[in-house]
Design a protein around this ligand. Structure first.
Ligand code: ATP
Length: 439
């Protein structure tokens, strides 16, 4: 017989069932033993009467069994309203120990409030046994599923681009260098060039969910040296408005689905209200944001800093967007192009035809229409002092390449904001930062 997920047990009252999981707790009383079994989503009580002769071996086994060992239980499932845990219990026939926990746990994963984050990450496999932590990844998985689903429904193709690349390129973000036989290679800081190659190849609408590497020594709550990028690119757009609109629809679609399934759970476990955003998302020009921030909240910065949003301004944008538009998201447009990557299209005044999307005061995306005209692109690359490293990329635009645009969402950041988690350290399965490469 196959094991059943504990959450599905209620369909099997009065049947013989098999359940596998960790030994979560044991209460060894005078006449009875209560053993709580836990799988990734739920728990069930196993009740062993000590007085019954046939239980003798089982009773002894449980007496010597360390918590967090794993077991496979075969027995009869009975409805028992007196049992607090889901009103049911298993009366076991056999208990097989499938692995024994050999040492005392390094910390109590059921109460993480006072456990240092580094200790938690050192023992991430134990940290993740915490119910709340398990839930983070279940929700992240479904969020990705629905984001993918939206794109599949809209005729996108999922592609897989290389992460080992031959030239350190792009926008100036630092890249990791790796030894590649007798030469150097680099880890991709984004799939940007290859997403655009797909446009040149006529693939039309593509996306990728994959690792992104950044050799940036930033120790903030929202930066990792490796994270998961959710990257989208599509052709025959009329302007970057099309890119913003598609992203807003994608997020709204996924949030609606997550809300249907997890709204109450997110409130109960994380204390966060999941608000399904209204379409269209509000948008503001960078310069207008600074004007409003000053007028409304007295926030001032030097003119020279106004070429991008400061971290503080980003935070204030949450309040601004709520006050002005009753919305949690804000699309920020009209960045000066010279601060941005050379492949973004700009208008005749040097204004970027692109945007950043902020949610709850943090940037979650950059997006833009891309420069698809070869001569313009070469000029922009040369202005940034890029030449040989982007030669292969410029080739993509020599033989016809449709107008296109796209965006990249940081999945770990999105999950962090969705669940109100303090740092991406907890929304990456295994965090990678300047001081962390293990386990
Ligand atoms: P930031 O200014 O916050 O460092 P960025 O401008 O370098 O971000 P992009 O290169 O536009 O970011 O990357 C697209 C998205 O990927 C960002 O909006 C963000 O959600 C996510 N992202 C970028 N860098 C990181 C990082 N180091 N760790 C986690 N997520 C990141």
């Amino acid at each position: 017989m196959k094991s059943i997920s504990i959450k599905n047990l209620k369909e099997h009252f009065d049947e013989e069932v098999v359940v596998s999981g960790f030994v979560d707790n044991i209460r060894n009383l005078q006449w009875v033993q209560f053993v709580i079994i836990r799988d990734n989503e739920s728990k069930v009580q196993v009740t062993i009467e000590k007085s019954e002769e046939k239980n003798k071996e089982m009773v002894e086994l449980i007496e010597n069994l360390p918590l967090e060992s794993t077991v496979k239980i075969t027995g009869k499932l009975v409805e028992s309203p007196k049992v607090k845990l889901n009103g049911m219990e298993i009366i076991p026939e056999t208990i097989e120990v499938t692995s024994k926990s050999l040492e005392e746990l390094p910390f109590n994963f059921k109460d993480l409030d006072n456990v240092n984050i580094d200790t938690r990450l050192d023992y991430r496999f134990i940290d993740l046994r915490n119910e709340k932590n398990t839930l983070i990844f279940q929700i992240q998985s479904e969020l990705t599923k629905y984001m993918r689903e939206y794109l599949y429904n809209n005729e996108f193709t999922e592609i897989h681009t290389p992460k080992l690349i031959g030239a350190a390129s792009e926008s100036g973000s630092e890249v990791f260098e790796v030894k590649y036989f007798d030469r150097k290679a680099y880890l991709a800081q984004s799939p940007q060039f290859y997403k655009q190659m797909a446009m040149s190849a006529g693939l039309n609408r593509i996306f990728e969910v994959a690792p992104v590497f950044r050799a940036e020594n930033s120790n903030t709550s929202r930066h990792a040296t490796e994270f998961t990028g959710f990257d989208v690119e599509f052709s025959y757009i009329d302007s970057y408005e099309d890119v913003m609109n598609l992203e807003a629809e994608l997020i709204t679609y996924a949030f609606e689905k997550i809300s249907d399934k997890y709204k109450d759970k997110i409130k109960e476990v994380f204390g966060m209200d999941l608000v399904v955003p209204k379409l269209p998302f509000p948008k503001m020009k960078l310069a207008d944001i600074y004007k409003e921030l000053e007028e409304r909240y007295g926030y001032k910065v030097e003119e020279s800093e106004k070429t991008d949003l400061t971290t503080e301004a980003e935070k204030l944008c949450y309040k601004l967007s709520k006050d002005m538009f009753d919305h949690e998201f804000l699309l920020v447009t009209d960045y000066p192009a010279d601060k941005r990557a050379f492949y973004h299209m700009r208008d005749e005044n040097g204004v970027l035809l692109g945007y950043d999307l902020l949610w709850r005061g943090v940037e979650i995306t950059s997006g833009a229409q891309r420069e698809n005209r070869y001569d313009e692109l070469v000029k922009n690359a040369e202005e940034k002092g890029l030449k040989d490293d982007v030669k292969f990329y410029l080739e993509f635009f020599k033989y016809g390449c449709p107008p296109h645009g796209g965006f990249g969402i940081g999945l770990d950041r999105l999950t962090m904001l969705l669940l109100g988690i303090p740092s991406v350290k907890e929304t990456e399965f295994l965090f990678r930062g300047p001081n962390r490469l293990n386990p």
